[in-house]
Design a protein around this ligand. Structure first.
Ligand code: CAA
Length: 384
């Protein structure tokens, strides 16, 4: 029996800044951001969006009436939740009018949360083949104005339906894991922006990738030649390039070219959005299947998930018959092409006044947004 990803939806708000503008404002050479970091544009999250509304906007693109009946597990991966007690999954269940006979909860391990959710969903659906699960990876990546991490911010939500006989990709082999108590990136409860030891985090990421890559290939008797493409958690595009380089030498010259070409398809969405934290790996997977023309059903795709602190997992999936969805391609292209470009001043104001991190006792003006789901106000400590 095949189990895997049946559908993927993506949403990111309709505002962005250009990395050349940011570089100029920060007195950096634009090529540092464009080439050295690998980013072109960065999503800016307005007051009207948080992880719940973004997840609802991503999910409503893919969920039909049948899904509403058969989804009875809702796992919300995030490290920028909206409440220290109530899970974002419960809000989502209500907004999408999902089955009330469901289990809904939130899960956290930095950028790894969605992968933990996906793997739990795999085991649940394997044991209950008539059921489906909804897995979310939604975050707002915030490092702070004028910090080295600023160029690697971003935000948005990925929604995935996991089922038997999936349309997009099925799980293939047992995952390889690695975990260790490491202070590379974290966010104590009193902080709204991450604390990061950036260069150290890059090194740990590559070490965890190599460790899980080797273990996975040994366990499943695979080598680099068995993969059509490798996809990575992309906190910024250059990080994925560093990961890829770490194993390219294991491949023949023609295979190296193929893996580099496919990587270029997998980075297109991320270089225009920035970091989604826990959704980033799946944005890169979606970018690959939506943009590459060389893929076929049966191709094996490697996925490396990394959540600082730190947890790594490498696994692979095989593409299924209907992996490419033209509606998704058009939808995301139009979402990216119709965004409003902000000046750096406008972005800084929006960044400093992002409502979900402000005092929730404020009775705010009723706001609106073109997205189907948006945060209208915070009133009496409740999100409206
Ligand atoms: N033209 C071309 N390239 C240039 C350049 C120029 N004019 N100027 C500099 N560069 C290159 C540098 O050579 C460097 O390349 P390499 O990485 O290949 O050596 C690159 O641009 C970046 O330059 P610096 O290292 O000097 O940049 P920095 O010190 O300002 O910060 C960073 C870079 C550490 C990634 C920082 O942005 C950061 O801390 N980001 C957040 C942390 C992060 O994303 N870590 C990733 C692993 S952790 C993770 O994955 C979880 C997560 O989501 C956070």
């Amino acid at each position: 029996m095949k189990v895997g990803i049946d559908k993927i939806g993506f949403y990111s708000p309709d505002k962005y800044i250009d990395m050349v503008d940011l570089a100029n404002a920060r007195n950096e050479d634009p090529n540092k951001y464009l080439i050295g970091i690998g980013q072109k544009k960065q999503a800016v999250i307005p007051n009207t969006q948080d992880v719940v509304t973004m997840a609802a906007n991503a999910s409503q693109k893919i969920i039909n009436d049948d899904d509403k009946k058969s989804i009875d597990l809702i796992i919300f991966g995030t490290e920028t939740g909206v409440d220290n007690s109530k899970s974002a999954a419960i809000y989502l269940q209500n907004l999408l009018k999902l089955n009330a006979s469901a289990r809904a909860f939130e899960i956290k391990q930095a950028c790894y949360g969605a992968t933990a959710g996906l793997q739990m969903a795999k085991e649940y659906v394997t044991n209950h083949p008539n059921k489906k699960a909804l897995v979310i990876g939604a975050d707002v990546a915030r490092y702070g104005l004028n910090t080295p991490g600023e160029v690697t911010q971003g935000g948005g939500a990925i929604a995935m339906v996991v089922s038997t006989n999936p349309s997009i990709a099925s799980f293939d082999g047992e995952s390889a894991f690695h975990s260790d108590d490491i202070m590379d990136f974290w966010r104590p409860l009193y902080r709204t922006e991450a604390v990061v030891d950036g260069h150290y985090s890059n090194n740990v990421y590559v070490d965890f990738f190599k460790d899980t890559w080797d273990k996975y290939n040994q366990m499943n008797q695979l080598s680099v030649d068995d993969y059509k493409a490798l996809t990575f958690h992309l906190p910024y595009v250059k990080m994925g390039i560093k990961g890829l380089r770490a194993v390219l030498t294991e491949a023949s010259e023609s295979k190296q070219e193929e893996l580099k070409n496919e990587f270029n398809f997998s980075k297109i969405y991320s270089e225009n959005i920035g970091n989604l934290y826990t959704g980033s790996l799946y944005l890169s997977f979606l970018s690959l299947i939506n943009n590459s023309n060389d893929l076929q059903s049966g191709d094996r795709i490697g996925l490396f998930s990394y959540g600082s602190g730190a947890q790594g997992e490498f696994f692979s999936m095989k593409l299924e018959q209907n992996f490419k969805n033209n509606d998704s391609v058009e939808d995301i292209n139009s979402m990216l092409n119709n965004r409003e470009k902000l000046t750096i001043d406008e972005y800084e104001t929006m960044f400093n006044n992002w409502i979900p991190i402000k005092n929730v006792n404020m009775n705010l003006n009723w706001q609106s947004d073109d997205a189907e789901f948006f945060l209208k106000a915070l009133k009496d400590n409740q999100r409206i």
